[in-house]
Design a protein around this ligand. Sequence first.
Ligand SMILES: N[C@@H](CCC(=O)N[C@@H](CS)C(=O)NCC(=O)O)C(=O)O
Length: 220
Amino acid sequence: MLFHGQNLCSLAPLLALEIADARYEVRLVEMAGDRLELRSYNPAGTVPTMLVGSSVLTENLAICCFIADSFPHSQLLPSLPLARAKCLAWLSWFASSMHIARRRGRLPERFSDAGDSWESIRTKGRAEYIAGLVKINQHLAGGPYMEGRSPTVADLQALLCYCWALIDKYELIGLTHYRKFVQELVLHPPIARVLAMDRSPLLTNTLAQSHAKLPRGSVQ
Ligand SMILES: N[C@@H](CCC(=O)N[C@@H](CS)C(=O)NCC(=O)O)C(=O)O
């Protein structure tokens, strides 16, 4: 079972489960609430958190790799060592750079107790996020995907970051390769199903709405 928060970073493993055609349950977490059930498994109360038998798995990178390795037919992680390492390099970069830049832009109080530094933390976080979007756009010029000829977990992270860019109202004009990549990915039926469940802004301006039916994973 996967604990997921709407339009949060748990979107990436949720997409991976649906693409892999896995049987799974998803527990939608109200992040503004007490998250008691989630905290009983993961005291930090963060998503994604995944229950695998009697084990509790945390950390986006680890969960995405676990899903990819559990369903090799999905090809969500390349099997050749170099391609796999490049994919992992992207995952690591997303986790340590993009996710943190977004947090600095939205929650500067997590980085300093000094209120007079928050505006500066926020501004720098947003600048780093937009620089990251530009880097992804440039990389995708050599597309069609972040790595290889079929979607991998690195592409799910790129999709997530575009979703956040829409939510956080970044200026996306000029990111033509990135936009084309997103418009193509959201047409994949498993991706469209999950985005519909999440009421994702990624669907608003795309053709993917017509592909969107609820995912097979039961939502509780
Ligand atoms: N290092 C963790 C970070 C997980 C994380 O912070 N998730 C956010 C949502 S994107 C969360 O649950 N935030 C709630 C909180 O920090 O209270 C990972 O990569 O999975």
